[in-house]
Design a protein around this ligand. Structure first.
Ligand code: ADP
Ligand code: MG
Length: 289
């Protein structure tokens, strides 16, 4: 498209960088000059002396130049913000594009909308608190953390997203390759670390203590968001070490908020809406992930 209909692809989403934003920038930048032009035109009509008219016209040109400068400056700022957002999204490597806007809260009444909106303010990240999403499969445990992560990136925070399985093999590999120190340092950096689907796969006896080290290094410094299909009482089985798990939970839960999602799988709810099923519960867990 032309200048006024420039579309920017951010993480698979088309952001309409269209007429509205350009108009807003134009208005902010040129508003003063346009007003000035009206004033000067009035003056020009009133004055007869050529000197005064010339002076007034020069000032008008100056104002327009300053306004042009401001206009391009604003465009440049906007462009940089968009670049930063795009790079933040790429760096986080989310598994999908999910936003708060496309989460259907009515479909999941066990989630308190207010609580999620509150989390979307991201104060907890500033305070290095942790968040846990616990619940059965397909209830939004991955959707909401991606959406919150995107909000954090919008606000200029760094985010890294890993499934527990990915992180486990990442740590195992780094240990084998002798790069574990650098890897742990790198993982300690992002303002928010999302560890998704804790509990689906077991940590190896080598990676479990490394996960503890990581969580310990972030304790009271940087936030962690963990999602799990298992209650914390079963996490020892995932890490294969009860003492380690107790120590890890101690750090993790000290400053934390736990969001328990109960209820039906979103896919079943959708199917029921379509009239394919009369009761989601009737088919039990057979259709879940
Ligand atoms: P979980 O991680 O709890 O297993 P996900 O968050 O991955 O579930 O959700 C599975 C799929 O269903 C995703 O595509 C997600 O966007 C969608 N989904 C789940 N719950 C909702 C909801 N309440 N509104 C909109 N989409 C949803
Ligand atoms: Mg998930």
């Amino acid at each position: 498209g032309g200048l006024l209909h420039e579309e920017i692809l951010v993480d698979g989403l088309v952001v309409d960088h269209g007429v509205a934003t350009l108009e807003a920038d134009f208005h902010e930048s040129f508003g003063g000059a346009v007003e000035g032009a009206h004033r000067h035109a009035g003056k020009l009509r009133g004055v007869q002396r050529a000197g005064a008219a010339d002076f007034s016209a020069k000032r008008l040109v100056m104002q327009i130049l300053v306004a042009l400068d401001l206009f391009f400056f604003r465009q440049e700022i906007r462009r940089r913000e968009e670049n930063r957002f795009r790079q933040g999204i790429m760096g986080a490597h989310f598994p999908a594009v999910r936003t708060l806007e496309d989460f259907d809260f009515e479909a999941q009444p066990s989630i308190d909308v207010k609580q999620i909106k509150e989390l979307a303010q991201l104060e907890w990240i500033g305070q290095a608190k942790n968040v846990l999403f616990l619940g059965p499969p397909v209830v939004g445990k991955t959707h909401l953390p991606i959406a919150l992560g995107r909000e954090a990136i919008k606000q200029g925070m760094s985010v890294a997203f890993y499934s527990a399985e990915e992180l486990g093999s990442l740590l195992d590999r780094a240990l084998k390759e002798g790069t574990i120190k650098q890897k742990l340092y790198q993982l300690s950096k992002p303002k928010l670390l999302v560890l998704d689907e804790f509990g689906y796969t077991l940590f190896s006896s080598a990676s479990a203590p490394l996960l503890f080290r990581l969580i310990n290094s972030r304790y009271e410094q940087k936030s962690i968001l963990i999602t799990s299909n298992k209650p914390v009482s079963e996490w020892a089985g995932v890490l294969g070490d009860a003492t380690l798990t107790t120590a890890m939970l101690d750090r993790l839960l000290h400053h934390s908020e736990i969001i328990m999602i109960r209820g039906d799988s979103y896919r079943l709810l959708e199917k029921r809406k379509e009239g394919l099923l009369t009761s989601a519960r009737a088919v039990g867990t057979a259709l879940t992930d």
